[in-house]
Ligand binder design. Structure first.
Ligand code: FEO
Length: 395
């Protein structure tokens, strides 16, 4: 790890994790990630904004020592999750005079999980500030841009906002800035879908709050820094808006090609009616890929064979995720096949109480789909298209 200058008096200390494949044992990391801490040097005091993931602590502490940091007065904890707070005890060992600056919730979480003494904290609230001399730390409470404790820190003199998880991207790269915007957009969208979308309304509020600042840089604690802040703010405005796009996601499994034939037929009929469609075979589900596809989808059609009287476990897992990911989809349906019994549509629908979508009449076939089943799929395609015509979604 080497410190890299962001702007005058602000340095990035990034641990690049090229090899990590899974975050929280849940979220796939196809491009690894970074854990970013930032040193902010004022004329009188020095602050560290966030720390890093515990397994990277040794290289972080070595980099602080090697770069000759003489003092740290404040360790700002924007969020208690240990990929950002985990090195606080080691930094306090090195700079015992430092105070941990955070909000009351984050303080509680840190004390619950790390050996940090109550007396080490300075508690701040929304709009509070601390002077570093010729720089100021201003604190913005932005709850639920991952956990209820999350906040951002703004340095007006440097026109820089430190947003921790918010606006971040799991992307291992030596690029300090998000110059490769196409690559960063994909990583940021995946990150938004997995981490932020379940709390979409809070992300929307946080975009308004951060977007109102005078900004040259947005410096998150995962991924590269945005030297063109409107790039990521505009993406978030689109992703968090209430208006979905005319796009149908079809999570499906097929055991003996009946359900696959139905999915293929329905896809063609929806395309004929002007819809975008993405069938996703969920047998080996990449949860990030699935979540990304749902960010702006208007409609989700769950397609499954009947297994032990209910959905295939892969489709059940997709439904479980769709229920909690905070989708803006307005419409849903269930299609599938069965051999002798089952009430698959009722079971799938019962797994989606939070979706808040209108369910169309399901289409279930016994064995292979034939003429009557295809006619029912024509009807479902008509229902979906008619719903969009009656209440148009964003183009
Ligand atoms: Fe990057 Fe919620 O921690």
């Amino acid at each position: 790890m080497i410190p890299q200058k962001v702007t005058d008096g602000i340095y990035s200390y990034r641990a690049i994790d090229w090899d990590r494949e899974l975050f929280d044992e849940l979220v796939p990391l196809p491009e690894g990630t970074t854990y970013n801490a930032y040193l902010v040097e004022g004329s009188e005091k020095t602050a560290l904004i966030d720390t890093i993931y515990p397994p990277k602590t040794a290289e972080f502490i070595a980099a602080l020592k090697k770069s000759g940091v003489k003092r740290i007065d404040y360790i700002v904890a924007n969020h208690a999750e240990q990929d950002h707070s985990g090195s606080i005890p080691a930094v306090l060992d090195l700079f015992p005079e430092a105070k941990v600056v955070t909000n009351a919730k984050c303080k509680r979480f840190i004390m619950d999980t790390l050996p940090v003494d109550r007396d080490a904290f300075i508690t701040v609230g929304d709009g509070h500030s601390l002077s570093l001399g010729d720089k100021t730390l201003q604190f913005l409470m932005t709850p639920w841009v991952h956990w209820p404790d999350t906040m951002c820190t703004y340095v007006p003199e440097a026109r820089t906002a430190f947003t921790c998880d918010f606006l971040g991207a799991h992307l291992a790269t030596t690029d300090l800035y998000a110059d490769d915007e196409a690559r960063v957009e994909t990583a940021a969208k995946r990150y938004y879908a997995e981490i932020m979308m379940p709390y979409r309304s809070f992300s929307k509020e946080a975009v308004d709050k951060v977007g109102a600042l005078d900004l040259s840089y947005i410096a998150p604690s995962h991924g590269p820094i945005y030297a063109r802040p409107p790039f990521v703010l505009d993406l978030y405005r689109s992703w968090t808006s209430d208006a979905p796009k005319p796009f149908v996601v079809i999570p499906y499994v097929s055991m003996y090609e009946s359900t696959a034939a139905m999915v293929s037929y329905l896809t063609d009929r929806l395309v004929e009616r002007g819809m975008g469609v993405k069938p996703i075979n969920v047998v080996d589900l990449d949860t990030g890929e699935f979540a990304m596809s749902l960010v702006e989808a208007s409609t989700v059609v769950f397609a499954s064979p009947t297994v032990l009287s209910g959905p295939h476990p892969g489709v059940a897992y997709a439904a479980l995720l769709a229920n909690v990911l905070g989708l803006k989809a307005k419409y849903a349906a269930v299609i599938g096949s069965f051999g002798w019994e089952g009430n698959l549509p009722e079971i799938v629908q019962s797994m989606l109480p939070k979706l808040g979508a209108t369910f169309f009449e399901p289409v279930m076939v016994k064995g292979l789909p034939r003429e009557a089943a295809f006619a029912e799929l024509d009807r479902l395609a008509d229902d979906i298209a008619a719903a969009h015509a009656a209440a148009p979604v964003a183009a």
